[in-house]
Design a protein around this ligand. Sequence first.
Ligand code: COA
Ligand code: AMP
Length: 633
Amino acid sequence: MGQDYESVYARWQRDPEGFWAEAAEDIHWYKRWETLLDASRKPLYRWFVGGEVNTCYNAVDRHVDEGRGDQDALIYDSAVTDTIKVFTFQELRDEVARVAGMLVQFGVLKGDRVLVYMPMIPEAVFAMLACARIGAVHTVVFGGFAANELATRIDDARPKLVLSASCGIEVKRIIAYRPLLESALKIARHQPRNCVFVQRETARAELAPPRDVDWDEAVAAAEPADCVPLAATDPLYILYTSGTTGVPKGIVRDNGGHMVALKWSVANVYGLAPGEVYWAASDVGWVVGHSYIVYGPLLHGCKTVLFEGKPVGTPDPGAFWRVISQHKVCTMFTAPTAFRAIKREDPEANLRQNYDLSSLRTLFLGGERCDPDTLNWARKHLGVPAIDNWWQTETGWPVGANCVGLGLVPVKPGSPAKTVPGYRVCAVDDGGREVPPGQMGSLVIELPLPPGCLPTLWRNDHGFRETYLDDYPGYYKTGDSGYVDSEGYLWIMSRTDDIINVAGHRLSTGGIEEVLASHPDVAECAVIGVADHLKGQLPIGFIVLKAGVRRDGAEIAADTVRMVRERIGPVASFKAVTVVQRLPKTRSGKILRGTMRKIADGVDYRMPATIDDPAILGEIMDALRTLGYAKRG
Ligand code: COA
Ligand code: AMP
């Protein structure tokens, strides 16, 4: 059997279960599965039922047991503290075993949740793997979220323990984590028993015993804990992501299927061999961080880079080139936004000349739409293929990509190339009928989803079905719209819901609207995502004031900006909001957000036939112009 993309895809299509059974041979099993794919609760499926595994064993201990203990595993590179620390697999195992022991000491049992609220430091990786080691379920929360978002996650996951740090460092700004956590715990109904803090020298936290504990002291007092066999279907983690309302969805990942899929993807999608260096310049708080900073590369025996810094400003737009050359990175993954940021500051990539980038074979871009300009710029200046790949928190690994490990297919800039083996993607119309090649539709994945994708939402099978499975029976709804062309290339055009993507960060405009609507002077509001040359999209808000409000509109607008920062977090990048007299609506009262977005982006739009009062659009256009949008309108 040839290993080219077409033949591997055909092999999967012929015998999907045989394909995954074969891939599962690459994983260490304490006990093999009894049922490869359990379809008895359709449309809910489970992979590798009856099997027993441990993700930490496969990611760490296994390499030591197989004689690779001296090989580097984790390379921590902090551009904000000027620190580099390297951990071999053996050192990583010892660290993780002690942290796991600490969890046990705090009474954490299999199935208990542990919330990880940490910056990009090695302890975050130890924490995740330590949970995996003893069967605790980690839920990592990104540092850029506000206390309120953290509280929502605490209440949904109900963690027994919180693992945190004294601070994060945003270029030069110090983010004290403990006050944020403290505010979250004041809002949350659920209270963890203990909070353990890594004390960073940059800024230490004042701890309040007995609840608060010093990480180093607790770890020093713990006995190392060993890996525990877990059901393949047991949850490994919950990762919350924005849904169509302000309430985040708890995406669940299992142990067995997740490992099988990730290990397969590192070899076949990303084209890496064990021992090579993989760098995902993302954050452990996002799915890219879970899959390709922590689990994927380690499962495959690769070295993984944990970079604490930014593409620009730490200290300059040459930071990425420095990391690639210093650590001999073979494959890099980041969001197009990062390259747009570098391009903006160093348009000719002059700093690139200072570094030897000969180790780099491939650049992967994902997490948001990859515009051809950015792709071409990266390809030109790095001299390696730049590969778009499309996936989501829910799937956990690429759905669409140019599978480097199976041989590149020709690149079509703007398309994440072809459907990855394991998935069948098609565009469907509103009635759920597949549309012909080239025709736009809602992008769906035929069920069952492959291993590694979410089996359900945390304690919410009903929500899982309602959000993803009910609209198009037999398919999983991705929430993206687009088409598949006649050569089988995927084209991802936009979301079908209110999700926007800001600098590769996923946000719900509905969630921002909820914050705006809670302002006492706001009668109604709308938030839309508009095109931005750096961050891909940015949210902008329109507010209509209640009758009789006397306060200055600009002051109220400023209040709402502050409220979004306080309730959702700085990561929302919500800075533009304007007061309008009315919002454009259909006669049935639906706000015409799509039309507003088109006006803002300066693209052609048709006057909706159902619009209540066409004159309002002129007012919206004026408001957008004051914010610097709708230039072509
Ligand atoms: N903790 C606290 N605050 C954070 C944070 C964190 N972990 N991450 C971001 N923020 C803050 C930023 O400091 C910024 O605050 P500000 O409004 O006070 O300036 C705000 O959240 C918005 O952050 P961001 O959208 O990341 O903008 P930025 O201007 O700081 O950086 C980029 C822009 C392009 C350099 C950066 O977004 C980037 O590198 N993105 C691509 C990589 C990536 O992480 N992708 C994720 C998925 S792969
Ligand atoms: P997240 O769950 O944060 O990874 O966001 C997933 C969403 O980001 C997808 O549903 C898409 O809307 C968007 N996205 C991710 N990668 C791509 C890509 N390569 N091209 C287009 N959109 C993408």
